[in-house]
Design a protein around this ligand. Structure first.
Ligand SMILES: C[S@@+](CC[C@H](N)C(=O)[O-])C[C@H]1O[C@@H](n2cnc3c(N)ncnc32)[C@H](O)[C@@H]1O
Length: 173
């Protein structure tokens, strides 16, 4: 059953990333990459580009490395975004996939500000977060954090995956 669940999730992540039509030469950052379930599909799109997978958990980064064995365009960073030695104004795209809701409310704006700082002018943040009251956060809160970081909303979509409602947004610097 767990295998089936993971497989369905994986196909869904693949579709999400492929539909974004990333440019092959983009520099991307997957913030809170976890075990690389989404990162793998991002890296596969970037045949002439690169992906930085950042997570504060060494355990999950090891899983991500294993999942992406053979993909040479991926770098792994085990740090907070504030402490990571990553250049400012560098990334074309930043992914936040089911991460922000796990971060303490008081720290969320600082994280979004730091991520916005790493984006190039006109670069995009792609965010997807659960919105259930008992597990998730309000879309209005996400949009406020982005606005406060100086980003402009490009799109928002409200979806449900089985019993899990979630928000998907795109924001431009
Ligand atoms: C629910 S998992 C999502 C993983 C992955 N993005 C995905 O969708 O499969 C949340 C991840 O965020 C990471 N995380 C939590 N707080 C973080 C922070 N402040 N900086 C970087 N990563 C963080 C956790 O270690 C965990 O791997």
């Amino acid at each position: 059953m767990e295998w089936l669940w993971n497989r369905l999730g994986s196909l869904r992540y693949k579709k999400y990333i492929q539909e974004l039509r990333l440019k092959p030469d983009e520099n991307a950052l997957d913030f809170g990459c976890g075990g690389g379930a989404v990162s793998k599909y991002i890296a596969e799109e970037l045949s002439n580009g690169s992906l930085v997978c950042l997570d504060t958990s060494a355990f999950w980064l090891e899983k991500a490395k294993k999942r992406m064995t053979g993909l040479s365009n991926v770098e792994y960073v085990c740090k907070t975004i504030e402490d990571a030695d990553l250049p400012d104004n560098h990334f074309d795209s930043v992914f936040i996939h089911f991460v922000l809701h796990d971060i303490a409310e008081k720290d969320r704006q600082e994280v979004i500000d730091a991520l916005a700082c790493k984006l190039k002018e006109k670069g995009l943040i792609y965010i997807r977060e659960p919105t259930r009251k008992d597990h998730g956060m309000l879309p209005s809160e996400i949009e406020q954090h982005m606005e406060d970081a100086g980003l402009t909303k490009i799109s928002d979509v409200y979806g449900t995956y089985f019993l899990w409602p979630h928000y998907t947004g795109v924001f431009r610097k």
